[in-house]
Write a protein that binds this ligand. Structure first.
Ligand code: KG4
Ligand code: ZN
Length: 340
C-alpha cells in the first residue's frame, strides 16, 4: 500500500513555467522552474502574449522533467494542485489546462490554488505552521499582511493602495537603468551604498496596516530627474540604499505592530521580495526582540515563483477536502479571502 501522499503542483501565472512533486506535504521530490526572464528583459517587463507562448512551449517538457526527477508515475499521484489565479489569464490557462488534462487522463483529483496562498505555504518546507499566524506577502503584484487562524483561512488585514513592493523595486530599477527584474539589482546596490538621501515613508492612518509605494517611487524618479537637470550625479548605490531603507522601514514596522496586536505565534515572510537580503535581515533583527513570536523565512529558491509552494498549499487543501472539476477555469482576479 502506498502510504505516502504525492502531490503535483503546476504554476504558470506569470513568467515562470513550473512543475513540482512533493511528498507528504513538506518534502520536495522535484521542483522544476523554467524562467522566461531573458525573453521579457528587453521589454523591461512581462509581455503577456510572449508569456503564454513560452508556457505552451515549456509545459510538457517541464512536466516530464519533474516526473523524471521524482521517479514516480502518474498513478502514484494523489492530487494535482494548480494555480487558478490571480495572474495573467493567458498564462494561467496553460497551467490549468495541463492540470485538467492529466487529471482527466489518469483520474487524479484536481485542486485549484490561489497564487498567494502558494507563496505563504512555501514556509511549510521550513517549519510546520502554528496558528494564529501573520504572513507578510511581498511580490511583484502583491503587498499584503495576511492573518490566518487556521489552514485555508486567509484574512487580508492590510494591502497596498497603489504599487506592490516588487513593482516599486522594478520601476526604480528601470529609472536607474538596471535590467528587469530589478529587485535583486537594487538589493545588491543598496548594500554598497549609504541611505543618505531623504525619501518619504507612507505610514498612512495611525491604525492602518495598508501600504503605499507610489509616492516613494515618484520621489526616487524626481530625485534622479532633478539631479540630471542640475547637471549633478547621484550615486546609484546611495539612491538604492535610501529607497530600500524606506521600503523596509515601513514593511517591518507594520508587520511587527500587526503581529503584536493580533497576538500571533508565527510571522511568515512570502513572495519574490522575500528574497531581499535587507528585508530578511531587518525582520530577523526586529523579531529577535520578540521571542514569543517565531519568524519563518523561506530559502531563496522558494521565494520567487515556483510550483513546490503551490503543491504545499494544495496538499493541505486536498486534506481539507477541497476539489475542483473539469470546469476549473483561470481566474485572473481571484480573491484570497473568498477562495477557501
Ligand atoms: O513572487 P514573484 O516571483 O512574482 C510575483 O508573483 O509577482 O515576485 C517577483 C518580484 C519582482 O518584482 C522582483 O523584482 C522581486 O520580486 N524580487 C526582489 C528580489 N528578488 C526578487 N525584490 C527585492 N529584492 C530582491 N532580492
Ligand atoms: Zn508570485
Amino acid at each position: 500500500m502506498n502510504k505516502h501522499q504525492w502531490i503535483m503542483g503546476i504554476e504558470t501565472s506569470c513568467d515562470e513555467t513550473a512543475v513540482a512533486i512533493i511528498k507528504n506535504g513538506r518534502e520536495i521530490a522535484a521542483n522544476v522552474v523554467a524562467s522566461q526572464i531573458d525573453s521579457h528583459k528587453r521589454f523591461g517587463g512581462v509581455v503577456p502574449e510572449i508569456a503564454s507562448r513560452h508556457h505552451v512551449e515549456q509545459i510538457t517538457i517541464v512536466l516530464e522533467e519533474a516526473m523524471k526527477q521524482a521517479g514516480i508515475s502518474y498513478r502514484d499521484l494523489d492530487a494535482i494542485a494548480v494555480t487558478e489565479g490571480p495572474g495573467l489569464v493567458g498564462a494561467l490557462l496553460i497551467g490549468v489546462n495541463a492540470a485538467k488534462a492529466i487529471s482527466f487522463a489518469h483520474s487524479i483529483p484536481l485542486v485549484g490554488v490561489h497564487h498567494i496562498a502558494g507563496h505563504i505555504y512555501a514556509n511549510r518546507f521550513v517549519a510546520e505552521m502554528k496558528f494564529p499566524l501573520l504572513s507578510l506577502v511581498v511580490s511583484g503584484g502583491h503587498t499584503e499582511l495576511v492573518y490566518m487562524k487556521e489552514h485555508g483561512h486567509f484574512e487580508v488585514i492590510g494591502e497596498t493602495r497603489d504599487d506592490a513592493a516588487g513593482e516599486a523595486y522594478d520601476k526604480v530599477a528601470r529609472t536607474l537603468n538596471l535590467p528587469y527584474p530589478g529587485g535583486p539589482h537594487i538589493d545588491r546596490l543598496a548594500h554598497q551604498g549609504e541611505p543618505k538621501i531623504e525619501l518619504p515613508r507612507a505610514w498612512l492612518e495611525e491604525d492602518s496596516y495598508d501600504f503605499s509605494f507610489s509616492g516613494l517611487k515618484s520621489a526616487v524618479i524626481n530625485t534622479v530627474h532633478n539631479a540630471e537637470q542640475r547637471g549633478e550625479t547621484i550615486a546609484p548605490e546611495d539612491l538604492a540604499a535610501s529607497f530600500q531603507a524606506s521600503v523596509i522601514d515601513v514593511l517591518v514596522t507594520k508587520t511587527v505592530k500587526a503581529a503584536q496586536v493580533y497576538d500571533v505565534k508565527q510571522v511568515l515572510l512570502a513572495g519574490g521580495v522575500a528574497a531581499n537580503k535587507g528585508l530578511r535581515a531587518a525582520l530577523e533583527e526586529a523579531f529577535k526582540k520578540l521571542p514569543g513570536i517565531e519568524l519563518i523565512i523561506p530559502p531563496l529558491s522558494l521565494c520567487t515563483d515556483n510550483a513546490a509552494m503551490i503543491a504545499a498549499a494544495g496538499s493541505v487543501l486536498f486534506e481539507k477536502g477541497k476539489r475542483a472539476d473539469l470546469a476549473l477555469n483561470a481566474s485572473p482576479g481571484l480573491d484570497i479571502t473568498i477562495h477557501n
